[in-house]
Design a protein around this ligand. Structure first.
Ligand SMILES: NC(=O)c1ccc[n+]([C@@H]2O[C@H](COP(=O)([O-])OP(=O)(O)OC[C@H]3O[C@@H](n4cnc5c(N)ncnc54)[C@H](OP(=O)(O)O)[C@@H]3O)[C@@H](O)[C@H]2O)c1
Length: 320
């Protein structure tokens, strides 16, 4: 059978951080795709979303508008659906998968874009619950859907996210509360580079008749610095030494227990991530797939952080 590429693509969650970045990278390769579309879910309206959808439309992206993800007709004639939903929307992936399969789609990029969830205890962590749900659902549907394939894009963490207040780094006070110790490492890649690699992965030919070939995991790696190295980089970038407090991971477990008792989902997610982080769960294992897309020059952590700190829009996310 002739090798398959995925040239007709619908991005769900296109108005989000990752979804929008992936759309921008797809648009740079427009000539290599037959159809590029963004899902505009009007059930969750906002002026910010409208502005992004208008910008994507003006750049030549087709817009698929609906107030539901559940209509199979919306997915007709797409080779692949990229589901770049946010962590609080990820639970909807099974219903998107079912509707899209009914509409004829046979390849999915679930909302991964993070750690390899097969590493260590990641799969049992609350933080990854709905990513595991999507993987399990795809595996279940593969049993009754001829030719169903998927691509798991794993990256570790986005560099820009790694130093956000939500993850314990206070860039205003130049302090940090980190779980684990200063030698703890994580894999970091920029949103732009990960999105460029993701866009190219759709065009990588595979044998759709062979499950080994159509069930893909991509591991896109930037650099894997320790916390000690990250704070040395932050010192060079900002000119300031951060005062870092390292916490035992058992504290994150205790926090998670407390969150569960209080039914505080946000705190539960946050403490779960601290457990992952403190046990090097976001360190991406080999083999890496960057070399398959050698025209993407992945930027180093320092270069990305210099750009992030210089960007007015990013400053708000950094808590500055
Ligand atoms: N590894 C890392 O460092 C890292 C960092 C950031 C993100 N990620 C991963 O990347 C993926 C995308 O994250 P993101 O930050 O791009 O997501 P986001 O911006 O928070 O949301 C993306 C989209 O999800 C859709 N959505 C549907 N239901 C939702 C709900 N109930 N609440 C919130 N959003 C909902 C929204 O689009 P509609 O309104 O059109 O439905 C939204 O635009 C996630 O799986 C996340 O874990 C990883």
């Amino acid at each position: 059978m002739a090798p398959t590429t995925l040239t007709s693509v619908l991005v769900v969650g296109a108005t989000g951080n990752v979804g929008y970045a992936v759309c921008l990278e797809l648009l740079k390769l427009t000539h290599r795709f037959t159809r590029l579309a963004a899902f505009n879910n009007i059930a969750r309206p906002s002026a910010e979303k409208d502005a992004i959808i208008s910008a994507l439309s003006a750049s030549g992206m087709e817009i698929v508008t609906s107030d539901t993800y559940e209509n199979p007709n919306l997915y007709k004639d797409f080779d692949a659906v990229i589901m770049a939903l946010g962590n609080f929307g990820n639970y909807q992936q099974p219903l998107i998968i079912d509707a899209a399969i009914e509409g004829g789609v046979r390849h999915f990029y679930p909302s991964e874009f993070g750690a390899d969830i097969t590493v260590g205890e990641n799969a049992t962590q609350r933080y990854y619950r709905d990513k595991v749900l999507a993987r399990n659902h795809l595996e279940k549907r593969a049993k009754d859907t001829e030719g169903l394939g998927w691509s798991y894009v794993t990256i570790g963490r986005f560099t820009e996210w790694g130093i956000r207040p939500y993850f314990g780094v206070n860039n205003k006070e130049r302090t940090a509360d980190i779980y684990g110790n200063e030698d703890g490492r994580q894999s970091l890649i920029s949103v732009e580079d990960a999105s460029a690699l993701t866009a190219r992965s759709l065009l990588m030919p595979f044998d759709a008749a062979d499950p080994e070939n159509r069930h893909r995991t991509f591991r896109f790696r930037g650099e894997s610095p320790s916390w000690k190295e990250i704070f040395a980089i932050l010192k060079r970038v900002t000119g300031y030494e951060y005062k870092v407090t390292y916490h035992d991971v058992s504290e994150a477990w205790a926090l998670q227990k407390e969150a569960k008792e209080k039914n505080d989902e946000k705190l539960e997610m946050n403490s779960s991530h601290r457990i992952v982080q403190g046990t090097e769960g976001t360190l991406l294992p080999e083999p890496y797939d960057n070399d398959k897309f050698s025209d993407v020059n992945v930027k180093g952590v320092e270069e990305v952080l210099r750009a992030t700190f210089a960007d007015e829009k990013q400053k708000a996310f950094l808590g500055l």
